[in-house]
Design a protein around this ligand. Structure first.
Ligand code: DX5
Ligand code: ZN
Length: 221
């Protein structure tokens, strides 16, 4: 199973964004995770199309855009145009999830659905075959640097079972509190793609941290 490490720019130094992105890319990151927050679905407020466009110029890595916003469909076109590779929307604010996922694909992006810690995997059953990515939140969304919620491991395993049951090759991503201490259990539970904000950006050596995170997913123990 391919392991992907996706540093989250939420924890980058925005005064030195180009350097931070370059270090991630040179350090072996697979994707760049971009957390869009609207101050409504989550309490925090971050960035929009302009920053996605800037990131698109700074790296050739896929931009994994995580929309923590209400009415996410309002942003599909501009974000796809700005260079997003993946657009992931939250199940909790997507009453027309099937239609929204297909719209994202029409715009040329991969379509993802995210679930909060309190949202069951079962809520994605009927769209499981329409997903390019399933994102299990392992913290309540809104901020970087939070503690990993242990119950997420069972959810990752149930999400993996669901994808297997429908014969889906979708990416299974975990986001929140992923670190050297938690990544291996997530991988064992069935995740293949790991968002890491704090872990990557507070590390003294970005490349070493990314490679350490990756290696924890292959150790036999
Ligand atoms: C949380 C965001 C995460 C966040 C992860 O709402 O969706 O992507 O940046 O940060 P860490 O890895 O520090 O928990
Ligand atoms: Zn995120």
């Amino acid at each position: 199973m391919t392991v992907r490490i996706a540093p989250s720019v939420l924890s980058a130094d925005f005064g030195r964004l180009a350097d931070d992105i370059a270090r991630c890319e040179a350090g072996g990151a697979d994707w760049i995770h971009v957390d869009v927050m609207d101050g409504r679905f989550v309490p925090n407020l971050t960035f929009g199309a302009k920053v996605i466009e800037t990131l698109r110029r700074l790296t050739t890595l896929p931009l994994d855009v995580h929309l923590m916003v209400v009415e996410p469909e309002r942003y599909f076109e501009t974000f796809a145009g700005a260079g997003a590779s993946v657009l992931t929307i939250h199940q909790e604010v997507a009453p027309h999830l099937h239609r929204q996922l297909h719209r994202i694909r029409e715009l040329g992006c991969r379509a993802g659905a995210a679930i909060n810690p309190s949202t069951p995997v079962e809520s994605l059953r009927d769209v499981a075959g329409d997903l390019d990515l399933l994102l299990v939140m392992s913290v309540n969304p809104g901020f970087g640097g939070q503690k990993f919620i242990e119950g997420s491991l069972g959810k990752i395993a149930r999400a993996r079972q669901l994808l297997t049951a429908v014969g889906s090759g979708a990416v299974l991503e975990v986001d929140g509190g992923v670190s050297r201490d938690t990544i291996r259990q997530c991988w064992r539970a069935g995740a293949d793609t790991f968002v890491a904000g704090n872990a990557v950006f507070t590390a003294p050596d970005t490349a070493a941290e990314i490679s350490e995170l990756r290696s924890r997913c292959s150790e036999m123990a």
